[in-house]
Ligand binder design. Structure first.
Ligand code: 8GT
Length: 320
C-alpha cells in the first residue's frame, strides 16, 4: 500500500491550538484533527500546508514561520500515512470552518488521545511536553545535598517557568532514592515543575505521585508493555534506531537520544553529531530530546533537526 504524505499544521495563538472535526464520511471521520491534508506531487510540505489551511480555515500562513514538530508513520490497515507535522504561531486572520466543519482553539493540555486518530498520539505528546528536560547531576549526601537540589530546582523555575525535572541518582539504594524523590517532589511542586523519577517500574511504584518515569535503556529493554498508567510521562534513554522503536512499542511518551556532542560524563562514547541525530529523529514515532553536551543554546538546532528539544544536566545543575 502506498504511503500518503500528509501535511499537518499545529497553529498556535495565545497558547491555544486550532483543531477541527473531521467530517463523518471521511477517513477517521468524526474524530478531531489538526488542519492539513495531502501533499500534492511537486508541492513542498510547507506549500501544501498553507494551501490546505487556507482552504479549510481561511487562515494565512507565512511559509517562513513554519517549524518542524514531528514526523509520524502510521498504518491504519486501510491506509498508510506519513504525518509531516509543522507549527506556526503567526497565522493571520480569523479561523472559520470553511468546509462546514467546527473549528476550535483549545489548550494543548486539554487534548485527549481518544478524540483523535491513533496516529496523532505523538503529536499531542509533543505539544504537551516542554522543550527542555532538566536532568539532575550528582546529589550530595545529607542535608547539604538536599538543600543544593532544592535550590537548583527553585532556581530553574525562575528562569524556565515550568517543565519537567528528571531525578537521576543511580548510586542510591531504592529506599534512599524514594526519600530523595519525596523532597524533590516537594521542591518541584513549589516551583511548578513535574518530577520524573528515574529507574525501574518499581521506582515509580515507590513514588506514585511523580509526574513520570524515565527508564534507562537497560530497564526499558526488558519490558514488553507500558509499565505506568496513561497520564504519567514515560521516557526512555535511547542511543540508536532500534532502541527508539522499542521505546515506541512499549508506549513511551518521549525518548532521549545521545550523546549528540561529546560529554565529560561519558567520555568513551562516540558522539552522534547533528546529522545522525536528524536522521534518527526522522525515523522516530515519539518526540525525541537531544542529550549529551547540550544546553538551551542548542535548542534551535535540535528543533530544526525535528527534535522535541534538549535534555541536560550542566546547564542548570550546580557544578554541572
Ligand atoms: N488533516 C489531518 N489528517 C490526519 C490527522 N491525523 C491523521 O491520522 N490524519 C490522516 O491523514 C490523512 C489526510 O487526510 P485528509 O482527508 O485530511 O486529506 P485531504 O484533505 O487532502 O483529503 P481528501 O482529498 O481525501 O479530501 C487521512 O487519512 C487522515 O485520517 C490530522 O491530525 N490532520
Amino acid at each position: 500500500m502506498r504511503e500518503i504524505h500528509v501535511a499537518v499544521g499545529v497553529i498556535i495563538r495565545d497558547g491555544r491550538v486550532l483543531i477541527a472535526r473531521r467530517p463523518e464520511h471521511a477517513h477517521q471521520g468524526g474524530l478531531l484533527e489538526f488542519p492539513g491534508g495531502k501533499v500534492e506531487p511537486e508541492e513542498t510540505v510547507q506549500a501544501a500546508l498553507a494551501r490546505e489551511i487556507a482552504e479549510e480555515t481561511g487562515l494565512e500562513i507565512p511559509l517562513g514561520s513554519l517549524r518542524p514538530v514531528i514526523g509520524i508513520r502510521h498504518d491504519y490497515g486501510d491506509k498508510r500515512v506519513f504525518l509531516d507535522v509543522w507549527k506556526t504561531d503567526q497565522a493571520q486572520g480569523e479561523a472559520l470552518g470553511r468546509e462546514g466543519q467546527p473549528v476550535h482553539w483549545v489548550s494543548p493540555d486539554s487534548l485527549r488521545d481518544e478524540d483523535f486518530p491513533a496516529a496523532n498520539r505523538p503529536i499531542i505528546r509533543a505539544l504537551q511536553l516542554p522543550s527542555l528536560l532538566a536532568i539532575t547531576g550528582h546529589v550530595g549526601s545529607g542535608a547539604r545535598g538536599l538543600q543544593q537540589m532544592q535550590g537548583a530546582i527553585a532556581g530553574l523555575s525562575k528562569t524556565r517557568g515550568s517543565g519537567l525535572v528528571v531525578l537521576r541518582a543511580p548510586d542510591r539504594s531504592a529506599g534512599d532514592y524514594a526519600t530523595l524523590a519525596e523532597s524533590a517532589l516537594d521542591a518541584c511542586e513549589s516551583a511548578g515543575f513535574g518530577l520524573v523519577v528515574h529507574g525501574s517500574p518499581t521506582t515509580f511504584d515507590d513514588s506514585p505521585d511523580a509526574a513520570g518515569l524515565h527508564l534507562p535503556w537497560r530497564e526499558a529493554r526488558r519490558l514488553e508493555a507500558r509499565p505506568v498508567p496513561d497520564g504519567v510521562w514515560l521516557g526512555v534513554s535511547c542511543h540508536d534506531a532500534g532502541e527508539i522503536e522499542h521505546a515506541a512499542c512499549i508506549g513511551a511518551d518521549y525518548v532521549t537520544l545521545g550523546p549528540v556532542k561529546p560529554t565529560a560524563t561519558h567520555p568513551g562514547r562516540a558522539a552522534l553529531g547533528w546529522a545522525e541525530f536528524r536522521e534518527l529523529v526522522s525515523g522516530a514515532r515519539v518526540p525525541v530530546f537531544g542529550l549529551g553536551g547540550l544546553a538551551p543554546a542548542d535548542l534551535a538546532e535540535a528543533q530544526e533537526a525535528g527534535g522535541q528539544g534538549v535534555a541536560g544536566i550542566r546547564y542548570w545543575w550546580p557544578g554541572g
